[in-house]
Design a protein around this ligand. Structure first.
Ligand code: SF4
Length: 366
């Protein structure tokens, strides 16, 4: 039995805990990302490392202090730095004197043997069927969490009691966490969606903005300074197309089966950025084109400071946004990002979005 931990990524602790506990491991979930996590990651991580590496390092230190003996981490390939994360974190933690094993899940394409070796370590004495069942339950939970989160993004600008919605959201995720079978997950998801729909709503149709960028910053609220909640509370609907369950489907299952995996965002980006630049750079360009095509009111771009793929995307996105008269706000975030300046910029962006919306409506009504 392993005492296993993993870094946080939004609500991914829910499916990961379910899968690893099913396989008989003791799961050590690190505390939610806090100032302490950020301080640990930035104290021991290289100064110019990407922000997600530092936050993951902070999670690992906190988990090792809680008694974890095994760390689970994703691997990567391509032109950006994600492929180095596990190795760099491993060496830093070893230099700090921690004793542990690290299991790295590489992307399956070209690494099938390493993926199978990692799966064998995770399944331990359990059968391959037990591993498949545990992974299936985890995926079911992840999909449910994505659906509940998507619904929350939709309802937040529309409901009157936003604190009530936040409470409901937390309760819904806790119910998915407790569910022990796919049927119970389905029930928890359905109950949450129905309860959100019943909350009293205001009559205004909110403006809609696309939230695009680097996947960690999109999925981890503590890293993006709770941008979705802030925009929603300002009366703006956030539309997101990058979801972890979708990402897993494309990058793990389709790659593993070597099936064709070209996504719509990649297709839309091609006339502007024809090659993979690492991370989600090409997606961010494609999502900006999609936002203009779908008549959204603006685009918000979030990425870690020094994230090369998103810096490449940003220049192209500015041109696309300018061509379509689409307001674009770019936020490069790291441990130095201050809440007050961030909120001021978001409020200014929200004002522009609302003013544009009023102008469009005035034109439409003559
Ligand atoms: S996508 Fe950006 S943040 Fe992520 S590893 Fe690559 S450079 Fe770093």
């Amino acid at each position: 039995m392993l005492k296993i931990a993993f870094p946080h990524l939004g609500y991914c602790a829910i499916p990961l805990r379910a899968m690893l506990a099913r396989l008989g491991h003791e799961v050590v979930v690190p505390p939610p990302i806090s100032r302490k996590t950020i301080d640990l990651g930035t104290r021991y991580g290289p100064e110019f490392a990407c922000y997600p590496l530092k936050l993951g390092l902070g999670n690992f230190i906190e988990a090792l202090e809680m008694g974890a003996d095994t760390l689970l981490m994703g691997g990567g390939i391509g032109p950006c730095r994600f492929g180095y994360y596990a190795q760099v974190q491993k060496e830093i933690l070893a230099s700090l004197g921690y004793k542990f094993r690290m299991i790295v899940i590489e992307p399956p394409l070209g690494h099938a043997r390493q993926v199978l070796a990692a799966a064998r370590e995770l399944k331990g004495k359990e059968s391959w069927l037990a591993l498949a069942e545990a992974a299936w339950l985890a995926l079911f939970k992840l999909r449910a969490c994505d659906d509940i989160h998507r619904a929350c993004l939709y309802w937040r600008p529309r409901v009157v009691d936003k604190t009530g919605l936040s409470r409901l959201y937390k309760k819904a995720l806790a119910a998915v966490d407790r569910a022990e079978t796919p049927g119970a997950v389905r029930e928890a998801r359905a109950a949450a969606l129905a309860a959100m729909e019943k909350l009293p709503q205001n009559a205004v149709v909110p403006p809609r903005v696309a939230l695009v960028g680097e996947v960690y910053l999109l999925a981890e609220p503590a890293a993006n300074l709770y941008i979705e909640e802030k925009l929603g509370n300002m009366g703006i609907e956030v539309v997101r197309h990058v979801w972890i369950s979708e990402w897993l489907k494309v990058n793990i299952f389709l790659d593993f089966l070597r099936l064709r995996r070209r996504e719509q965002a990649e297709k839309l980006a091609r006339p502007h950025l024809s090659c993979f630049v690492g991370g989600h750079g090409q997606h961010s360009v494609g999502e900006t084109v999609k936002a203009a095509r779908d008549g959204l009111d603006g685009v918000v771009h979030v990425y870690p400071f020094t994230c090369t793929p998103e810096i490449v995307a940003r220049g192209i996105m500015h041109k696309i946004a300018a061509k379509h008269g689409l307001p674009l706000a770019c936020f490069s975030l790291d441990e130095h990002s201050g809440e007050a300046g961030f909120v001021t910029r978001l409020e200014a962006f929200a004002d522009i979005i609302r003013a544009n919306r009023s102008k469009k409506e005035a034109v439409r009504h003559g």
